[in-house]
Structure formats: C-alpha cells, structure tokens
Design a protein around this ligand. Structure first.
Ligand code: ADP
Length: 483
C-alpha cells in the first residue's frame, strides 16, 4: 500500500472537509508496473455527489463576487504548494500511472504553470467599459462566473488535466465538483490535501467526488445547479455528455480523442524530426491525445527516416518508472495493452513490416510494451483509423503536399498535428490546410499554459490554456447604462 503525508485520507472532499465514507464502498487503485493494489479509495454515492454540488452552490458569490486579488491569491497558493511538493506529488503520480518518475514530476511543474499563468493574466477578467456609446448608453462588460462547474478528468495526465480546468474555474470565481479517473485518483487526493493545507479558499469552492462514472456523471448532468461541465476523455463519453446535457443546454468544454498526423517532407532535417517524434510519441508511453498516431514520410526519405527511428527506438528502455532511469513505463491496464497489441498484429497481417520492436507472439505477460515501429501502413489498418494510445510508430508513405494534407485530415479527429519541412511557405500552407487545433512546425511539442489548446471536429469544443482558456468559465454580461 502506498504511504504518503499527502494521502492521509482516501475519501472525498466536500464543503471544506474530508468525507466519512459512511457507506464503506471502495475501489482499488493499482500500480501498473507491479500489478499490485496500492490503495482503496472511497466510492461515493449519488447523495454525496449532490451534497458536493450543494456545497459548491453555497460557495458561489454573485452579488458580492470574490475580488480579483482574492482569486489571484488562491491561484498563487496552489502554484506554490505544487512546486514545493513536486517530488511527492510526482512520486504518487508515477506509482498510480506508471510514467517515469522524472516525467511525472515534470507534469507537476506543467500543472503549476497553469495556475501561474492564470494568476498573472486574471486582470483580463476585470470588467471594462467599451469606448463607443451606442444607443446613447455607457456599456460595461462584466465577466461573471458561470456557476458550479463539473470537472471530469482522465488518467493520462492526473495533475496536468485538472490544472488546466481548475486554474481557469478559480480565476473566474467558479466553485467546482471534481471527478478524477478511477485509475488515478491518488494524485487528485494529493492536490486536495495541498489545497486543504495551503490555501484559504471558502468551504465548498473545491469538492472532490470519486467512484462510479455513471453515478457521478448522471448527477452532474441532471443537476440544474451545474451549468457547465469541462471534460477531457474519450469522444464516446464526450458525445454522451452532449446528449445528456442537451435538455438543460449546459455549457460544455470538451477535450476529446485525437489521431495526430506527423508529416515529414523530404527537405526536413531528418535527425531533428526523428528526435522530436521520439519525444512526442513516447511521452506517457504513447498514452496522450497529442501523441503522433500516423507518421507520413515523403517516399524519398522514408527508408532513411525509418533507420533513424529504429536506431533511436532500439536504445530505449522500458521498465518501472519509479526507478528513474527508464524511458517508458508500463501501459495503464490490460485493455490498453491489448489494444496496442491488436494494432501491431493487424498492421503486420495487412502487409506492414516491423522496423523495430517485437512481434506480437514474442510479447510478455506484463504491461510493459516495447517501443515498436512499423512501415508500410495504410488506411485499411486499425492503427491508421483508431488512436493506438501506446508506443507504436506506424509509418506511411506520401508523394505530394496535396495528398498528405488530405491524408492528414482523413479522420474525424482534429486535435494535434505536426509538420516537418524547411520550406516556410509550405509549412504555412500545410498548417492552414490541416484541420487540427494544434499544428507543430518543426517541433513535436504539445500544449503549454500560455497558449490556447483544443480540438476541431470530433476532438472537442473550447480551449484550455492562454487567454482563450482563461475565459472558458465566465459568461460575458453587458450592462448598458441609460442615465
Ligand atoms: P479514457 O478512455 O481516457 O479512460 P474516458 O472517457 O473513459 O476516457 O474517461 C475519462 C473520464 O471520464 C474518467 O474520469 C471517467 O471516469 C469519466 N467518465 C466515463 N464515463 C463517464 C460518464 N458517463 N459520465 C461522466 N464521466 C464519465
């Protein structure tokens, strides 16, 4: 069992205190590197979720809103607490998610960056009077908190994903009811433990509910006191939330699945492209929605690029992330592992060749999947159509710019994309043609707190990060004054 000063309680947090878990229901949390149960966490009832919503409602202040200074202080205190406890929060994250320790601790820094960004730009949410005087009135625009927000997060960035949502919600003055993924609730408990000890937010401003997604999702969707949900996860669940909130016309911020194209032209710096692909693809073991999922390489450089990839991939180490010196940890669970295996098998059966990694029949019986590169992928293969969410690099060939833009867009998703070329005009054309919210040019980097990030098409609605993200949880209200 995991021991930590940040995990003294393994229950929910409602109205400024840890819950008692009167029902006694719990669920198990596993370390994917060892397969062992490391904690048993309270699984909460519908009544408790409703109590969390009521407590959020009691913390909402409309007629005498929390001042910008007060909200800035909350954000700064959370940022400072995360930075001061980066090592321990990262250790907990590593143990329940499996990603290498340094990467896990880096995620804590990344999370702190969102609170920092919002604290530094919160002034943008202050009311302003517009310079024109239309209709003989003085028009003031206020940014009102939308109300109690339901924040639902996935397991792949246990602290990063909540930081994006919570920083903007608090900046807006919105109380929240937060539901982490059941694979990784401990990092969230650690965050609540820090907020409990190191901030003086009013009771009910942040509430933690854990347990069955169906119970919690239903309560959040049905409550008239929750006007907004911010969700990161699968497109399947995103669609369900759209349907389940349609009746009440709730505001939704959705960051859903991806199927990122990574395009390498023949004039690209192939070493830089290979380095960037490795850093991008194997982050979190390939379990991120911005990981390159389809690698399109110009036919003239495909063999050379494949060799560079194989060289790098063959040096990578896979193992328990807590040891600190591995590149890739285990996959999150058996279902995730089986999906990657199925994608490799399917690609090989349909004619792709293995450039690096193991054949499916050579794989072991744990969750450690070796980094794998396959060449000769086409649109009939599962790894082209679906998000693999694992350490598989599937390479396909292309000839022309037009063809590769069309191929890149040949997916319902539109989250992240990447293009490697030294021709600036071509890069501009390709970025504009790719219907993706993020398009890295000569970089495989993902999002940052300072810039908006989000999906086009079935990858979602809304943006997180940047000024756009800061405005997600407010409603603009205009007050024209007649005399
Ligand atoms: P993933 O495949 O990354 O686990 P999911 O969409 O299944 O993505 O889960 C993302 C988050 O959404 C998790 O916290 C999960 O528990 C939650 N979730 C799953 N189903 C629902 C639902 N019906 N309503 C609300 N939240 C849900």
């Amino acid at each position: 069992m995991i021991e930590s000063p940040l995990l003294e309680k393994l229950t929910g947090y409602i109205g400024g205190r840890w819950t008692d878990n009167e029902h006694g229901n719990t669920f198990d949390v596993y370390n994917p590197a060892t397969g062992k149960v490391i904690a048993q966490v309270a699984s909460m009832s519908e009544d408790e979720v409703n109590a969390a919503i009521a407590s959020g409602k009691s913390a909402l202040r409309l007629t005498s809103p929390y001042s910008i200074e007060t909200r800035r202080k909350w954000l700064e205190d959370i940022r400072d607490a995360l930075k001061a406890n980066k090592e321990e929060v990262g250790r907990i994250l590593c143990m329940e998610h499996g990603k290498p320790l340094q990467e896990a601790q880096g995620e804590v820094d990344y999370a702190a960056g969102f609170f920092d960004y919002c604290s530094k730009h919160i002034q943008a949410l202050d009311a302003h009077t517009i310079p024109e005087k239309p209709k003989d009135c003085t028009w003031t625009v206020h940014y009102r908190p939308i109300g109690v927000a339901g924040l639902i997060t996935p397991w792949n960035f246990p602290i990063g994903m909540i930081a994006k949502k919570l920083s903007a919600a608090l900046a807006a003055g919105c109380p929240s009811v937060i539901k982490p993924a059941s694979e990784t609730p401990l990092t969230m408990i650690a965050l609540f433990s820090l907020m409990d000890k190191h901030t003086d937010m009013p009771d009910g401003m942040v509430n933690l509910v854990m347990g069955k997604a169906s119970v919690i999702g239903k309560a959040l969707c049905e409550s008239p006191d929750v006007p907004m949900l911010s969700f990161t996860g699968s497109t399947e669940v995103g669609r369900k939330l759209i349907v389940d909130t349609a009746e009440q016309v709730k505001k939704l911020a959705l960051e859903l699945g991806g199927n990122a194209p990574f395009i390498v032209f023949d004039d690209a710096d192939l070493d830089a492209a290979a380095d960037n692909l490795i850093a991008n693809k194997f982050r979190g073991g390939g379990q991120t929605c911005v990981c390159a999922n389809r690698i399109f390489v110009h036919e003239k450089v495909a063999d050379a690029f494949g060799e560079k990839l194989a060289e790098r991939v063959n040096k990578m180490t896979v193992g328990d992330g807590i040891n600190g010196d591995v590149d890739i940890g285990p996959l999150i669970n058996q279902a995730g592992y089986d999906k990657v295996k199925r994608h490799v098998q399917d690609a090989l059966e349909k004619g792709a060749t293995l450039v690096a990694g193991k054949k499916p029949e050579e794989l072991g019986n744990d969750l450690f999947f070796p980094p794998t590169v396959v060449h000769g992928v086409n649109r009939d293969m599962c790894c082209y159509q679906e998000e693999t969410f694992g350490p598989l690099v599937p390479m396909a060939l292309f000839r022309t710019e037009e063809e590769v833009i069309e191929a890149g867009n040949d997916t319902e998703f539109g989250l992240a994309s990447y293009v490697f070329t030294n021709d600036a005009e071509r890069a501009q054309r390709v970025a504009a043609g790719l219907r993706f919210g993020h398009c890295g040019w000569n970089t495989g980097t993902g999002p940052t707190p300072e810039a908006p990030f989000g999906g086009m098409k079935a990858s979602g609605i809304g943006r997180e990060g940047g000024l756009e993200g800061l405005f997600e949880f407010v409603e603009a209200q205009t007050v024209p004054r007649g005399f």
